[in-house]
Design a binder for this molecule. Structure first.
Ligand SMILES: C[S@@+](CC[C@H](N)C(=O)[O-])C[C@H]1O[C@@H](n2cnc3c(N)ncnc32)[C@H](O)[C@@H]1O
Ligand SMILES: Nc1nc2[nH]cc(C(=O)O)c2c(=O)[nH]1
Ligand code: SF4
Ligand SMILES: [Mg+2]
Length: 225
């Protein structure tokens, strides 16, 4: 059984795949926070900007099999997949959450591939990743132990006093990104002075440490999901 909070078609807003059309599949539950505001301050990860509790969001639900979930995701890709392939369009699903690696398993990845999807994953890196993921983004949190040693991009929300960038260069990645921490109270677009100040700090860090690149939450700037 797979539990999904919401699923929607949008543009990837962050990291090296920013700007790419994708179906986002947001899995319910996280291992670093239970999602309740009352427990945020005591959570390992306490700046989350996302509601991942339950299955009641847009296109959310419970799916008995991998095939059923893939069919649901494919129905949100607004084009004929086989036709698109001939024109070089590769449909993309981004598995996020919550923490997707609590649920994403090899049969689900295989079922996405069978439908022609490339599979991206956004993870906090604390759980092992199944083989076969096409684009793996690891985003470390506070002092939570990262067990994934290799990924496509490491995308660190900055600044986090317990997770400064230097700690993570031993994880092999094609890209090292800093993503300015937004105010969790401002999940949508709009003026966010906390984010503005953190963006300046992230810019300064990247200028001083060119291994790191800046990424921003582009979707919030343009006002899409
Ligand atoms: C909601 S998380 C879900 C996936 C996974 N649990 C993780 O943490 O990577 C998706 C992305 O949003 C980022 N994120 C969460 N809260 C944020 C915030 N307040 N500001 C900037 N990025 C944030 C995470 O670091 C992660 O890269
Ligand atoms: N457009 C868009 N891009 C994103 N990249 C990572 C997201 C996430 O919440 O995992 C996200 C999201 O929620 N929306
Ligand atoms: S940012 Fe990721 S790790 Fe942190 S609480 Fe949200 S879903 Fe969990
Ligand atoms: Mg998000």
């Amino acid at each position: 059984m797979y539990r999904v909070k919401e699923a929607f078609y949008t543009l990837q807003g962050e990291g090296a795949q920013a700007g790419r059309a994708a179906v986002f599949c947001r899995f319910s539950k996280c291992n670093l926070w239970n999602g309740r505001e009352a427990d945020r301050a005591d959570a390992v990860c306490n700046f989350c900007d996302t509601d991942f509790v339950g299955t009641d969001g847009q296109n959310g639900g419970q799916f008995e099999t991998a095939e059923a979930l893939v069919e649901h995701v494919a129905s949100l890709w607004p084009f004929d997949i086989a036709e698109g392939r001939q024109q070089g369009v590769v449909p993309y699903v981004v598995c996020t959450g919550g923490e997707p690696l609590l649920q994403l398993d090899a049969p689900l990845i295989a079922a996405f591939h069978d439908q022609g999807f490339e599979v991206g994953v956004e993870t906090n890196g604390t759980l092992p990743a199944p083989l076969g993921i096409d684009w793996l983004c690891v985003s470390p949190k506070a002092d939570a132990k990262v067990v994934i040693r290799e990924c496509d991009e490491l995308k660190l929300v900055y600044p986090q006093p317990l997770a400064m960038p230097e700690r993570f260069l031993s994880i092999r990645a094609r890209h090292y990104f800093l993503s300015p921490m937004a105010s969790p109270a401002m999940p949508e677009s709009g003026a966010d002075p906390v984010k503005a100040s953190n963006t300046r700090k992230a810019v300064d860090y990247c200028l001083r440490h060119p291994r790191w690149r800046l990424t921003i939450q582009m979707h919030k700037v343009v006002g899409i999901d």
